[in-house]
Design a protein around this ligand. Structure first.
Ligand code: PSU
Ligand code: MN
Length: 339
């Protein structure tokens, strides 16, 4: 059996999902490596709102047991808004769109599960080698788009790292937003990044950046303002949904980045956290962390947590819970948009 002969016999890639639960489920199963949770297949097939959630934050972004508690809390918040949460991850080489509680617990048990941090480039290898993985924003966007999920809520998108103009450390998350017609709701990009260059890069890629709220201030994760402005702002879910809808109507494949600032009550700690971020970034430079590839982000987040005695973690949990609340799917108001 050569690779080519195996390849030729494998099921053809599925084109065009029908929004009917049984055919969706079947189609994704036929692809061979994707399991859609029946509740999510049902919701997608009957036009109920679904919100995608990532798992790198569980496997590489937060320590146990806060990671598990946060992931469950975010799922519950999504449910309370009337949408179905679709937490996405990879278990034993199978893509899971929607995790059972025991599967989420397994991924959160970071001491024993050896889960990889899976971006676009890691998807094929992780599946072929039967690995477990927490999906980053880029991989989660791919699977959300595959399943027809329109909204994805998370804490912080990846971006251009400090010094990225020489290291070329630019997160694959940015490019993925050019390929996936999904509204990504986040508290901006992590403050460990070069926010100005990240926004420039998104402009080059043609990804709309939209502040969700009263001002165009682009949020900086732990604080409500980054000092940079988004090109656009919207303050209601219908307009937000229209942005996605009209792009799709025009056959554009790209998504939208919605920036939702951390709740006001966490603003006061933002400045202190930013100081810790600056220190962590400096230490990272001294320790050559920029040469660590995908380990750079987890290293920086962990170090900021240590420097702030866990306060950064409390803020991190709060902002993710908040984006999940705002991220209540534009699907639910689809009926109100003129077709
Ligand atoms: N923000 C956090 N914690 C995280 C991440 C972002 O507060 O764990 C993750 C997201 O999954 C994001 C990824 O997609 O980091 C980006 O990693 P990189 O910079 O290696 O592309
Ligand atoms: Mn990187």
């Amino acid at each position: 059996d050569t690779l080519t002969s195996t390849w030729c016999r494998s099921p053809r890639p599925f084109r065009g999902l029908k929004r009917n639960s049984s055919s969706l489920h079947q189609a994704l199963r036929d692809r061979g490596v994707v399991d859609v949770h029946p509740e999510i297949a049902e919701a997608l097939g009957t036009q109920q709102p679904v919100v995608a959630l990532e798992t790198t934050i569980v496997t590489h972004g937060m320590p146990y047991p806060v990671n598990l508690k946060t992931a469950k809390s975010v799922e519950n918040i999504v449910r309370r808004t009337g949408a179905v949460p679709a937490t996405i991850g990879i278990i034993g080489g199978r893509v899971k769109i929607g995790l059972e509680p025991h599967e989420l617990e397994f991924l959160a048990d970071v001491a024993t599960n050896t889960a990889e941090k899976v971006s676009r480039r890691d998807i094929g290898p992780a599946i072929a080698l039967g690995r477990h993985g927490g999906t980053t924003c880029s991989a989660t966007l791919i699977f959300a788009a595959l399943a027809g999920i329109k909204v994805f809520a998370t804490g912080g998108l990846g971006g251009v790292h400090r010094g990225g103009e020489t290291t070329m450390d630019v997160s694959a998350d940015l490019h993925e937003l050019t390929r996936c017609p999904v509204g990504l709701v986040s508290a901006g990009v992590k403050s460990i990044l070069d926010i100005g260059r990240t926004l420039e890069y998104l402009e080059t890629l043609g990804v709309p950046v939209v502040s969700y709220g009263k001002t165009k201030d682009f949020p900086a994760f732990y604080s409500r303002k980054s000092g940079f402005q988004s090109p656009w702002k919207v303050n209601d879910p219908i307009t937000a949904a229209r942005i996605l809808y009209h792009q799709q109507q025009l056959g554009m494949a790209n998504g939208v980045l919605f920036g939702v600032p951390i709740p006001v009550e966490y603003e006061s700690t933002g400045e202190m956290l930013q100081e810790a971020v600056e220190q962590a970034v400096q230490e990272a430079e001294e320790n050559g962390v920029s040469k660590m590839g995908k380990e750079a982000t987890p290293w920086l987040l962990k170090r900021v947590g240590e420097l702030t005695a866990g306060i950064s973690l409390t803020s991190n949990v709060a902002l993710i819970e908040n984006t999940a609340l705002i991220g209540k799917s534009p699907d639910e108001i689809r009926g109100q948009i003129a077709v």
